[in-house]
Design a protein around this ligand. Structure first.
Ligand code: ZN
Length: 237
């Protein structure tokens, strides 16, 4: 199914570790095929700790370093951080939308992988409806299909000389209704190595790979392969 992810591919995620938890096996496959992949992290996860001795600034530094290391594991070197405060994306929509529009006009991806803004009623996955994830999914949708190709949108960017651009396909991760399944049997271990880089989030604990293997096996059952990642395909109108 990798041919559906047309080159270049931009992955837009809310927090460091979202990509490794949900789609880095697919990314490793795309990079292996020679496709260009870039990462955009809307936050640096600067509130993701239970340690009262930690500061937001220090945590952001640590998590950006973890994210860069994780990207390197799967061969991605283009990693950009927008540095919004963790947990606040829902209150930052206009600026977030403009920032994503700018990035899309600059990077010109044919495919964008991002969060599913509507992961599905009845989902028992509280992570999938975390407002940072759903907000970012909506903002990326609007930037990719409506703002970046819009001649009346973000005019200051157009005056700077940025060209209009329309993304060809959104691939939504963390969806309750995936319909694109990517076989990640060959890249699963690489994905786990990438995930392990997120030590501040406990992703280096020994039980973590089994948890993610079970999810990949369930998705694999629907794709007639051992291990898979799933996406909901959302074409433009
Ligand atoms: Zn997240």
């Amino acid at each position: 199914m990798l041919e559906e992810f047309r080159d270049p591919v931009l992955v837009i995620a809310a927090h460091p570790d979202d990509i490794e938890a949900h789609c880095a096996g697919t990314v490793a496959g795309l990079v292996g095929e020679g496709k260009r992949v870039g990462y955009v992290l809307a936050t640096s996860g600067n509130r993701g700790t239970s340690d009262p001795g930690m500061t937001a600034e220090r945590l952001a530094e640590l998590r950006e370093a973890e994210q860069r290391a994780a990207a390197e594991v799967v061969g991605v070197s283009d990693v950009r951080f927008l540095r919004y405060d963790d947990g606040d994306l829902a209150f930052q929509m206009p600026r977030l939308r403009a920032d994503l529009t700018r990035l899309i006009r600059e990077y010109r991806p044919r495919t964008v992988i991002t969060h599913d803004p509507y992961p599905g009623n009845g989902s028992h996955d509280s992570c999938s409806i975390y407002p940072d994830h759903t907000t970012l999914g909506l903002a990326a949708f609007q930037a990719a299909y409506l703002r970046a190709p819009g001649p009346l949108c973000e005019l200051e960017q157009l005056r700077e000389g940025l060209p209009l651009h329309k993304v060809e396909m959104l691939m939504l991760m963390m969806s309750g209704q995936p319909d694109v399944f990517v076989d990640i049997e060959e890249t699963f271990e690489l994905r786990m190595t990438a995930l392990r880089q997120h030590a501040t989030q406990g992703r280096d604990r020994p039980e973590v790979p089994a948890f993610f293997r079970a999810i990949a096996e369930r998705l694999g059952e629907r794709a007639a392969c051992a291990l898979a990642e799933g996406f909901r395909r959302l074409p433009p109108t």
